[in-house]
Design a protein around this ligand. Structure first.
Ligand code: 5GP
Length: 144
């Protein structure tokens, strides 16, 4: 069974939600915040997180909050598809460190995939340039 982890209110995404850490925001509503992944696996790699849920994984999020989260994922994925015109879009959600999860505030990855451009490894490498991420986020936001 996947090892459960107690929600830590000081995880990176909780800090971003409180404004204690910066992020390159795409959009937000009552339910979700969408922002650029700082170690993008491809151009436009975005994260969508619930604003209210204090959930670490799919197992412990309230169904209504999950519903708001997945609707937000669909909205942002559509905007990414329109703005960046990838050849495909990968949507990923990890549960537990054994699966690859590194931040324990439930979230979805939206990873555009481009023909001939391999998707880079998960959660590694050098952080992306903030100015570049800001430009991409603005393009996605304009397509919402
Ligand atoms: P997980 O491994 O939990 O599924 O995904 C966490 C994601 O958060 C990774 O893709 C990683 O690149 C990203 N990440 C880690 N630290 C930060 C940060 O400080 N800001 C942003 N925007 N993304 C981060």
């Amino acid at each position: 069974m996947t090892k459960r982890i107690k929600y830590d209110p000081d995880n990176i995404f909780a800090k971003i939600l409180r404004g204690d850490m910066p992020c390159v925001k795409i959009c937000e509503d009552d339910d979700i915040l969408a922002f650029m992944d700082i170690f993008p696996q491809s151009k436009g790699h975005s994260l969508v997180i619930p604003k209210r849920a204090k959930a670490t994984m799919i197992f412990d999020i309230d169904p209504d909050e999950l519903s708001g989260l997945t609707l937000g994922v669909q909205k942002v994925a559509k905007a990414i598809d329109k703005a960046l015109e990838p050849d495909g879009v990968r949507i990923v959600q990890f549960n537990g460190s054994e699966s690859g999860q590194t931040i324990f505030h439930i979230h979805f990855h939206i990873i555009p995939v481009y023909a001939g451009a391999p998707v880079r490894p998960h959660a590694g490498g050098a952080p992306a340039d903030t100015a570049v991420l800001t430009e991409i986020a603005a393009k996605i936001a304009a397509a919402l």
